[in-house]
Write a protein that binds this ligand. Structure first.
Ligand code: FAD
Length: 282
């Protein structure tokens, strides 16, 4: 059997935040040898849109790790995407996670790329050499009336040139396995990497789950009930939980694991220590 892939996500430091923090994160991840590190893209009013390319450049040129740059479409037009592609080229990026992004209050979308698939199709036309990655949702995207409908839209994204998918966080592997079956029924055969978000705090679990439309299963509720007021214990329990999720996913043939580091390398390292032996091919 093929060895599963292993990748990480980081986000740029806040606007006006110390640049040093990204070095702390990347230094803290040293030795993990991921297949790639992906860098998120912010399009809110506080966002520094050039930050993704800057951090991507640091990862590619200073840490020599392949990088996937996220890019959102809702507030983009052809000129801004062309400009970003040039910045990504200079940064050494050859793979893009093409996203729609979420609406931001008081900002009017351009309407040029209403869906991630529109952005993917545009980049694929302009730059067929660029690897395109897409987002997907094991429990269905919040805007979709059903998982079936969301996955049939996902098939459009794949036809637009996306050759790999990364999931939204999920806490129940059964949701992922059900989603894989629906994808197979829609003829989606590209690798689907499972996005795993470690439990850091009760607040972050609840806000991430509600933003991402993920349900919190009873096993996670039990951890929150027991250690919601004991952050160190909850983090330890979360590391065990994420490690067990990963072992089960690998046992069931997952194409890859994408760990949301939340720029907390110590948590990522503790999970890696538990599961690193599972990434070898048989
Ligand atoms: P889409 O694929 O466009 O889907 C959005 C909705 O539209 C879905 O309901 C879908 O079914 C529907 N749809 C899609 N195509 C069609 C079509 N052709 N016709 C009709 N309906 C359609 N956000 C950020 O701002 N920055 C980031 O860096 C970022 N990184 C992310 C990384 C991952 C792995 C994930 C899972 C999400 C990330 N997000 C990020 C959040 C993401 O932008 C939101 O979840 C957003 O709501 C949807 O983005 P999308 O690319 O999945 O959109």
């Amino acid at each position: 059997m093929h060895a599963p892939g292993f990748s990480l996500e980081v986000f740029p430091p806040r606007r006006n935040g110390p640049v040093r923090t990204i070095y702390d994160t990347l230094d803290g991840l040293e030795g993990l040898s991921p297949d790639f590190i992906s860098v998120t893209y912010g399009h809110g009013s506080q966002a520094d849109r050039s930050a993704t390319a800057r951090i991507a450049s640091t990862i590619a040129h200073e840490y020599h790790i392949p990088v996937v740059a996220h890019l959102t479409s809702l507030y983009a037009d052809e000129a801004s995407v062309d400009e970003t592609l040039t910045a990504f080229d200079e940064a050494g990026v050859n793979a893009i996670l093409a996203l729609r992004g979420d609406p931001v209050e008081s900002h009017t979308p351009t309407g040029v790329f209403p869906h991630a698939s529109d952005l993917a199709a545009y980049i694929h036309r302009r730059r067929p050499d660029m690897t395109l990655v897409g987002a997907c949702y094991p429990e269905g995207h919040a805007d979709s009336p059903s998982l079936e409908e969301d996955v049939s839209n996902l098939a459009i994204k794949v036809s637009a040139g996306v050759s790999q998918l990364i999931t939204q966080l999920f806490y129940d592997n059964e949701d992922f396995y059900r989603f894989m079956d629906v994808c197979a029924a829609h003829g989606i055969t590209v690798p689907i990497c499972a996005g795993i978000m470690p439990i850091i705090s009760e607040k972050s679990v609840r806000s991430m789950a509600s933003r991402g439309g993920s349900h919190i299963p009873p096993k996670v509720e039990a951890l929150l009930d027991r250690w919601g007021d004991a952050p160190d214990c909850l983090r330890s329990a979360g590391i065990v939980y994420a490690s067990e999720q990963i072992a089960d996913l690998i046992a069931n043939g997952v194409a890859g694991i994408h760990l949301y580091t939340m720029n907390r390398p110590s948590t990522t390292r503790r999970i890696w220590r538990n599961v690193s032996g599972l990434f070898a091919s048989d």
